[in-house]
Design a protein around this ligand. Structure first.
Ligand SMILES: [Zn+2]
Length: 449
């Protein structure tokens, strides 16, 4: 049974209702533009088409837009700015990525690029990651312009390529090559935050992302002596590498409670009365239901081996063996993480990595107050809590410009929806009611913040 959510409230400002409908329409239309990003530029399809679609929607209501291809053909990004009434205040960046991860249509109940609106949901790849937020932002950018509403601060709307493959042809490229587009921005909102979980008897907590674990995609390399596979051989690169990979893969890094996680757990305790046992945090967190996996991954660093590469023939011992390890590091843990890594891997294993550092900001200040108030105005009795995302987003790139980044893409979700499983999942979909709710929250937020 799907829980019955409270009825849609009547918008208090004319124009919001139209924006709500537009957000639903735009989510569906954006899903129909296949923007699959496998990481291989040769398989790229619709990023340019999606960027052109967004630019046209903005131009239609009078925006001047900047279209930028970030370092490679077809990698389309669109940026537009709405001037605020108080130029002394820092600009707010509202960013979203247009690309999506691949989807295999044979596994889905509806075609992943149909954008079907049925059973109260908009269905398709990108419905929650993150064409929903792109559509809500776009609908509200149009609404503010159309209705002549001037926000207090400049709002920069940015629609970006390549988030799903690291942003090298999207946010990261723009930060390195076109930072002037984000001139004056002090704070930002984007994906993977602002959604609700139902914690107790219909009491909803909205999780606002204030932190992200760092990403380090690490290559490990062992060297040995090449030789014939039939001989006694005591300097085998494959053996050395696999022993190190096995030690690392089974290692458990220590539990470290960062401020975001501590505040989140405290907030849940306050609502539910459940105490989190410091001696068995993982056991306590496991009782959180659908979000246990997500929160559990923010208690400690992880290092998961994901790829192995060595050799070219069964009877030739190769001189080099390589492994890839996906490391996710808590804020404040980089130095300790590397020290621990040294001990586990030993001196014979070379390592190099690419990635971006962790983020953490505090859950306070005027912007946080506005985020919270905008949610509570639409869902009285709810609570807003900070939380840490175990994954990464374009926020990591924008943080390099000194911008304080939050995950705030508000959605009021049914209690029984396993939201985190929809990200990159089969039958990805977003409730129509949640999109309308999020549009109302963001409308209030953008007008007042
Ligand atoms: Zn995303």
């Amino acid at each position: 049974m799907t829980e019955q959510l409270p009825p849609t409230t009547t918008p208090d400002v004319p124009g919001t209702a139209l924006a709500e409908d537009e957000a639903v329409r735009l989510t569906s239309e954006l899903i129909r533009i296949d923007t699959t990003n496998t990481g291989d530029p040769d398989t790229l399809v619709g990023e340019r088409a999606a960027a052109e679609f967004v630019a046209a929607q903005l131009a239609e209501v009078g925006y001047e837009t900047t279209y930028v291809e970030s370092g490679a053909p077809g990698r389309g990004n669109v940026v537009a700015r709405l001037a605020g009434s108080d130029p002394s205040r820092g600009a707010l960046l509202v960013h979203g990525h247009l690309d999506v991860v691949p989807a295999d249509a044979s596994e889905w109940s509806v075609h992943p690029f149909s954008g079907a609106v049925q059973d109260g949901y908009v269905w398709g790849r990108g419905a929650v990651d993150m064409k929903d937020m792109v559509a809500m932002s776009l609908a509200l950018a149009r609404r503010l312009k159309r209705d002549g509403i001037q926000p207090k601060r400049d709002i920069i709307f940015a629609f970006l390529a390549d988030e799903e493959a690291g942003g090298h042809f999207g946010a990261q490229w723009l930060v390195e090559n076109r930072p002037e587009l984000f001139e004056g921005a002090t704070e930002a909102i984007s994906e993977v935050g602002g959604f609700s979980i139902t914690v107790k008897d219909g009491v909803r907590a909205y999780l606002i992302e204030t932190a992200e674990k760092g990403i380090a995609w690490m290559t490990l390399r062992a060297r040995g002596r090449a030789g014939h596979g039939s001989m006694i051989h005591d300097d085998n690169a494959v053996t050395k590498l696999t022993q190190a990979v096995s030690r690392l893969g089974t290692h458990r890094f220590p539990i470290v409670l960062t401020d975001s996680v501590r505040e989140f757990l405290q907030g849940i305790s306050d609502i539910t009365g459940l105490a989190f046992d410091e001696d068995d945090l993982e056991g306590s967190v496991a009782k959180l239901g659908n979000i246990a996996r997500m929160i559990g991954a923010t208690l400690r660093d992880t290092a998961n081996p994901t790829m192995l590469k060595a050799g070219y023939k069964s009877n030739v011992i190769p001189s080099i063996a390589e492994a890839t390890v996906d490391c996710r590091i808590l804020p404040g843990r980089q130095v300790a993480f590397e020290r621990e890594l040294d001990e586990i891997l030993g001196p014979d294993i070379e390592r190099e990595w690419v990635g971006l550092p962790p983020l953490e900001t505090t859950f306070d200040g005027a912007l946080v107050d506005h985020m919270t108030a905008s949610i509570l105005a639409e869902d009285p009795g709810a609570k807003a809590l900070p939380y840490m995302l175990s994954g990464g987003t374009d926020a990591k790139s924008f943080a390099q410009l000194g911008i304080r980044c939050f995950g705030y893409a508000p959605l009021r979700l049914p209690a029984d929806l396993d939201f985190s499983a929809l990200f990159h999942g089969v039958d990805e979909r977003v409730p129509v009611d949640a999109l309308k709710f999020g549009t109302r929250v963001l409308d209030r937020f953008l007008r007042n913040c």
